[in-house]
Design a protein around this ligand. Sequence first.
Ligand code: SF4
Length: 60
Amino acid sequence: MKIIIDYTKCHGSGECVKACPHGAIQIIGNKAKVDHDKCDLDGLCIPACPHDAIYFSEDA
Ligand code: SF4
């Protein structure tokens, strides 16, 4: 399982960066980028996104 950013929806608002307690998300080139080595899959970034751009993928 992995956190996935839908780049067609991401506006780079950075709300997920603020929501992530592990520093696993950075805004690079106006899009959120997840460092999967730092992510502990707590899901806190998902409701933080105002554009519904973040989701779990079971098969990623
Ligand atoms: S699931 Fe949690 S640890 Fe992973 S990127 Fe989102 S807020 Fe950060």
